[in-house]
Structures are given as C-alpha cells and as structure tokens.
Design a binder for this molecule. Sequence first.
Ligand code: TPP
Ligand code: MG
Length: 322
Amino acid sequence: MDVTSATAAKMYRDIVTTRYLEDALIAGISGAIHSVMRVGHPVTGQEAVAAGACAALRQDDLIFCGHRMKHWAIAKGVDLGALVAEIAGKTTGLAGGMGGEMHNYDDSIGYMGPTHMVAGTLPVAVGCAMALKLQGGDNIVLAEYSDGATPNGVWHEAMNLASVYQVPVLFFLENNQYAESTPPIYHSRPGNFVEKAAGYGFPGEKVDGQDAFAVYEATSKTVEAMRRERTPRFIEAVTYRYYGHWYGDRTSRYRTAEEEAYWRGRDPVDLCAESAKQRGLLSADELEQIRDQAKRAVATAIEFADESPFPDLADLEQYVIA
Ligand SMILES: Cc1ncc(C[n+]2csc(CCOP(=O)(O)OP(=O)(O)O)c2C)c(N)n1
Ligand SMILES: [Mg+2]
C-alpha cells in the first residue's frame, strides 16, 4: 500500500506531540496541571498505535478509547489546549474541566473518548456502529481497549452483539501487555487474541504496534473492507507501556529491566522517522521541522491550560442530572 508524505508527516507529528506532552506532564513543568493529573495514565511507548490507526480514518469515523487516552485524542485531532486544560480540570477543557483525563470527548471530530470503567465504552461503540449502519453511510466505529478489558463480561457481550447484528465496529486491542501489574497469561486463555476474536466471528490480524506504518497499513485495509461490507473486524496491535500503570507506579515490582530495555530499543518515534526516511517520504530536515512545531504546540497548550480558570464552586451541580 502506498503511503503519502502527508500521511507520514501526520503520523510523525502525532507521535512526537504525544511524546512531548507526556514528557512535560511527567516532568511536572506546570504546577497547576501537575497537581491535578497525578492519578493519570502515561501513554509513552504506545504513541504509534493511535497515530497509525487514526491516519487510516476519516473525520466522520468515530473512535472510543480506554483510560490511557492522550495519544488517541491527539491522533483523532482534538484541540491540544482543550485536552491539556481538561486534564488540568480547567473550564476551557474538552468537558469544561469536569471530566478530567478519563471523561472527555469532542464529537465534532468523531472523538467519543474514554470512560474510567475498563471495557465500559465497548457496548456504546457497538450501539453507535448500529446507528451508523442504519443511517446508511460508509463510516465506521473504532473501539480501542487494552488487554485488561478482554476478561470483562461486558467485552464478551459487546463482541457477541456486534457479531450478531453485523455492525461496522473495529474492535481494536492495544495490547500493552499489562493490566496494572498483571500480564495476560494470568487472566486470558487462550493468549492468542486473534483466535479469541475469531471465536465471535470477527476476522482479525495482529500487527507491530511500535511501527506506525504497519498499524496504518493494517487499519487502512481493514477499514476499507468495513466501509464496503458494514461488518465487524478485529485488530491487535502489540505495544509496550514505558512507564507504570499510573504516574506513581514503580514497574520494578513486576517487570525486569531487560524487558523494559528491549521495548525502549523499539521506540515508535525512532521507528517512524527511520521508515519515513527510508521510504523517501520525509527528509531529516522535514522531520526536525515537525519536532520543532510539536514542541511549540505543546508549550502553547500548557500555557493556555495554566492560564485558564478552574470552574467555580457554584458550577458543581451544573451537570448533575439525577
Ligand atoms: C470494570 C473495571 N474494573 C477494574 C477497574 C480498575 N482498573 C483500572 S485500569 C485497570 C487495568 C486495565 O488494564 P488494561 O485494560 O490492559 O488497560 P491499560 O491500563 O493497559 O491501558 C484496572 C483493573 C476499572 N477501572 N474498571
Ligand atoms: Mg493493558
């Protein structure tokens, strides 16, 4: 499949933007933001999964994601300032500062967001896919989740319903190989997720989640078929979470230094840059330009969030509906 320079540039921009934003959040360069987001979930190491998948989508395709969400939000095209402001609990955030990292969306670009409940978005994604099928267009729903979602009852129900109704939902497993400190071997048999999805009648494949081009190519092919056939599909992208489950988690309690070093040696930023150069799509200068722009965009977004106000105490009941 031919990849254009514009697609390569978008993937690289999304990957480095996510990396710089996460680096900044982890370093706590912003006091206001850092004080609020300590409970958050770092996405570093997993950037190419979202960048590759979203590059294969259109704006009118919908995505749902799990709690580890920043790379998905960025790759689907949310306003970076509004994303950071939401993480910081500011009124200018995607959800007015009321939702934080785990409750936010921007339906104008098809970013339907996460929830805090593992696997919680999956039945909603199936319902949306059903609506899209009834509306008669060719857009699709991508429902991202990680390995820890697969033993949940609601995952099985959602897979089953999508299969029974044959709706255009792409179950997209971002296998970062841990649910908190638990690897899949302890919670999921068989360990082969493609086989597991096939049990529900989903055609699927496994891709290298560190390689944005591989993810893009697999997702493009899959989505193309879904646009024609209006049926469910499955993709597993294998990736790795560089940091702990949350910012304060110490991975040395459950992972080896050798394992971490192996995965850091397959860094999605470097792999994307190398592929883009080797394929003749982006020059070293162009890659550097993209990195500079991304650094500036992250700095501007953080400044915007820092300067934005927190909600008033009086706003507390505004969104309470029961
Ligand atoms: C239904 C439910 N059960 C348990 C939790 C607590 N919890 C939060 S994140 C998490 C691990 C999820 O692992 P995975 O789905 O692999 O996502 P990852 O953190 O790797 O992105 C758990 C058990 C929860 N939020 N929701
Ligand atoms: Mg996981």
